[in-house]
Design a binder for this molecule. Sequence first.
Ligand code: SF4
Ligand code: SF4
Ligand code: SF4
Length: 489
Amino acid sequence: MAERFGPSDPPSGWDLTRNPRVARLLRSRRFQFLLILPNQLVFWTVIFVGLLGTVVPGLNFGTAITWYIWFCLVFVMMVVVGRAWCAMCPFGGFAEWIQRRTLWQRTQKVLGLGRKFPEPLARYGFLLPVATFLLLTWIEEYFNIAGPGTPSATSWMVVGIVTSALLFFLIFERRTFCRYLCPLSALIGTVGSMGSVAGFRTKDREVCLSCETKDCMRGGEEGFGCPWYTWPASADSNLACGLCSECYKACPSNNIGMYLQKPLTSVIAPTRRRADVAWAVALLWGLVLYQQINALSIYATVDTWLNSHLAFPHYPNPVAYMGLIVALALLTAGVMWTISRVFARKDMTFTVKGNFMERASRFRAYFVPLTYGMIPVVGADYFARQLPKFFQHATRIVPAVQQTLGSQTAIKSPLYQMRLLSNPHIVGVQVTIIAIGTLAAVWSTWKISGREIVPVSRGGAAVRVASLSLVLVFGAVAAMLYVLMNAAD
Ligand code: SF4
Ligand code: SF4
Ligand code: SF4
């Protein structure tokens, strides 16, 4: 049986706050500010150097750090920790400083309208940040921002994200932007559920049930109410904890800890799985497969053909882009629907209730848990996709810094042309990462299917074989595409 962090269970992981130094650090109001500050400095440097520095993308500090290094590091953070990036993110951090009118102090009055996010939209949950991620990725591909193309394009993209974050922080309350709209939120939340930080959880839920103030949610003397609308007493995964530590500071009963967990626990163990998360994973899977397919020469032919017929100026054709991503997500869902039709027990009643996102059905009983099980292979695929840029160009960061500091000979640096790995070795690393992700997905699906799929199926062994085969096929497809791409970035 997997370790669970169900609402009624005390977390069984390791509470980091038992260490007095960690506890003191997390109590400090400057804790998150000090995490955000270095990234804030780097990102404003990215903006200014991108606009004012050299137009050579590989020599510009803004493009070099963003596309050769940062994106790769964020994925490592997600897989190892979870939402670590959100704790130090300059986009949300900057907007939150302005919303709270302070860099770190506990203020009572906030700036802005403090509106609630409309409930009909909130029901779409993670589908909203997936939509903004799809839009941002399309814009990035259209303007060749991450190529990298013109450095100023990277700056304008970052300015666009910071501006929209600020706008939403000033219109809506708390971190509505992070929870519902940030283009990175669904990706970090889902892939981050593989990570080893469970987040902030209550030590004793009974204390919470009789707690009259609920300062962790409403805000108390020492801390703000949870900016992510997460009640630490009911969290059973790290999906929506931004690791900001406000609840830890606010709780008057010292009833909150910061827990470590075994890797994959937030994939395997949640007791309340969400359909919006499952659809988000399916669409993210469609997107990363699209990004692999579009690196093949055959895709250019299809895109050009469609553009000439639809009078669209150039790659990526929006119909092909959205069409292929949605088709791949629906194909994934379709295979799971087929498994549900073949294996669901006839005597089971799959009750229908709630709105369409919460509605229980035979399809949902299979699709939602099986899609959670796919998360490791989807995460591995996103990570592997970033590797060519890292291995081919990461060393350019040194000449890019030299160029920013005024060197005229930075482009002659041997580090500018250096590659950390050759193309065949990059492909080898990509396939290895996919293999590890696939094994992790097989393990997750094995645990999840044993607990959630087998009880509603006839032929327990057969449904498990079908579920595991599906994951293996996904992994094989991703690995095969990397071989065909030959380290294209
Ligand atoms: S959700 Fe987005 S804006 Fe918010 S902290 Fe995370 S990465 Fe930053
Ligand atoms: S303030 Fe503390 S005791 Fe009260 S509900 Fe929150 S975590 Fe529980
Ligand atoms: S207040 Fe607590 S539960 Fe909410 S995001 Fe911050 S650390 Fe996580």
